[in-house]
Structure formats: C-alpha cells, structure tokens
Design a protein around this ligand. Structure first.
Ligand code: GLU
Length: 290
C-alpha cells in the first residue's frame, strides 16, 4: 500500500476528443473499485496538450460520466493549471544530470534510423512504443547544446535512461494488483521525452507527479500502458514519490480486431447516450468488445 491506507483511484482522460466505450469501461472499473473499498474516485483532466485539448471535450467528459452516474471529488485537477509542479520535478532530474536537450525533428530521427538500419550491427531497437530514440543528441557537448539554444532551435528534454539506471543500486519493483511484485524494466522505453518542444512537460512526467500529489493508491488503466508503468516506477523512485499499485485492464476492440480509438465516432459514449442507450445496458455492450 501507499503512505495512506485509503483507496483512491482516478480516471484521467485527455479532452482531445469524445470518450469511447473503452474509456467508459476504464472509468467504471476505477469507480467500482473505489466504491467496493469505501474509497475515493477522482477525475483528472489531462490537458497539457493545448493544441489538441478543447473545453467542449471536457464538458462532454462531464456529461458522459454523469450519464454513467459516476460521482467524483471536486474540485478536479486540470494538468494545465499545474505546470509549476512538473517544472520542480524536471529541475530535480536535471540536477541529477538525467536530462538532456534534444533538438531532433521527426525527420532527423527517421533519417538516422534509416541510415543505421543499413548497417546490421546498428539496427534500430524496437521498444513497446515504437523504435527507441537512437540517441542523436545524447552526447552533444555543453558548447553544442548552448549554441543550438542560442540559435533558437526548439528543443525537448529527454531522460537519459542509461544514466538513470546506473544510479539504481538495487532491483526496483512495482506492484501489480493481480500478480504482485514485478521487476521494473524501463530500459525498453529508451530516452523518453519528459518535456516537449511545444509544452514544458509530457504525459509520463505529469501523470507520475499528479498520482503522487493526489495520493492515488491504485492506478487502473489500459494494457497499452503496461510498459509505461515500468518507467513510472523508475521516475517515482528517482523523485522520492509514493509507490502505487497498478492494474492493467484489457483494451476493447471491434470484432475485426481493431482497437477502439477516439476517432471511431460510432461507439463514443456521447453517441450511445444520444441514441437512447441506458447506462445500465453499458456492461452488456462492453462485453461484446472485450
Ligand atoms: N490521459 C491518459 C489517457 O487518456 C491517461 C493514462 C493513464 O491513466 O495514466 O490515455
């Protein structure tokens, strides 16, 4: 358990589109778990990406969750209102020498990968989130970094995974609700971006900080974030944050095997409620996509 014995779960959607059936499933799992253990259910709005997030989608999230009769604690936390918290964590990692500026464009990364794939001994490594960043900017000298920044070249901040792992002296574990202690293996994510070029944080950093600040005890989220949990445990360790319990639920998919995505309009919660589906029918519908 965490420092507090109270069960606190959260549903943390991004208001970048309408929620689909899979979000409804995830929200209900979190809500039911908190209810069952006389805990608290939190709704967090993950809106760091100001280009994709819109207030009309936030309203739609409220409408969807109200339709599902889920009650959440107020006031809610909106990530866009807490950039200072993420900055503090970034500064701490920076002081530990674990961040470096990365000036690469997508094109730079693509051409580096194409070049290296021609040399068999330098094949790009594939991680669970795609090809691992090939480290182009990792070893730039301080002078090169300063010059590029002075030239106004936009940069992200990347996490130096190898260096971070060299600081870990004992095996690191995270707790899976069903299977118990798991050895954290974050290396497969490579040098993750912790602050993006277009805004000064990232999904990975913000979620870890918020889960700590909000005293979340159990993170129940999709299987697609299984590998993220390995990395989140490492960040928690480095930043001295609470250790949480994780559960990864299956993702919903259509009968032809496609995962539900925000762009798939047909099965948004909004379309279901507007077409007269009753919320108590939702579990039956979800079963068809599991
Ligand atoms: N905002 C993230 C999403 O919508 C939340 C992921 C998480 O629960 O950690 O996928």
């Amino acid at each position: 358990m965490t420092q507090t014995d109270k069960i606190i779960t959260r549903f943390a959607p991004s208001p970048s589109g309408d929620l689909h059936l899979g979000h409804g499933y995830s929200a209900k799992l979190n809500y039911d778990f908190a209810e069952k253990h006389s805990g608290t259910f939190i709704l967090r709005i993950e809106d760091i990406d100001h280009l994709r997030c819109k207030s009309e989608f936030e309203q739609s999230i409220f409408d969807d969750l109200n339709w599902l009769d889920l009650k959440w604690q107020t006031p809610i936390r909106r990530q866009s209102e807490h950039f200072d918290d993420y900055k503090k964590a970034l500064d701490k990692l920076d002081q530990m020498g674990l961040l470096y500026p990365c000036f690469c464009t997508r094109k730079d990364i693509r051409s580096e990968i194409e070049d290296s794939s021609r040399a068999p001994h330098m094949r790009p490594k594939l991680g669970p989130e795609g090809i691992i960043y090939p480290g182009i900017c990792r070893d730039l000298s301080h002078k090169e970094q300063t010059q590029k920044i002075a030239d106004g070249i936009p940069h992200a901040l990347r996490f130096n995974m190898a260096k971070a792992l060299s600081l870990i002296t004992e095996p690191l574990y995270w707790t899976d609700l069903k299977t118990g202690e798991q050895l954290a293996d974050p290396e497969m994510l490579g040098d993750v971006v912790l602050a993006r070029k277009d805004f000064p944080t990232s999904y990975h950093l913000s979620v870890v900080i918020d889960d700590h600040i909000q005293n979340i005890s159990h993170v129940i989220r999709g299987q697609d974030l299984y590998y993220a949990s390995h990395f989140h445990r490492l960040l928690q360790h480095l930043l001295g944050l609470n250790k949480l319990i994780y559960d990864h639920h299956p993702l919903l998919s259509t009968p032809d095997g496609n995962r539900l995505a925000k762009r798939d309009k047909s099965i948004t919660l909004k379309s279901l409620r507007e077409s007269g589906v009753r919320p108590d029918e939702l579990d039956q519908i979800i079963k068809k996509y599991l």
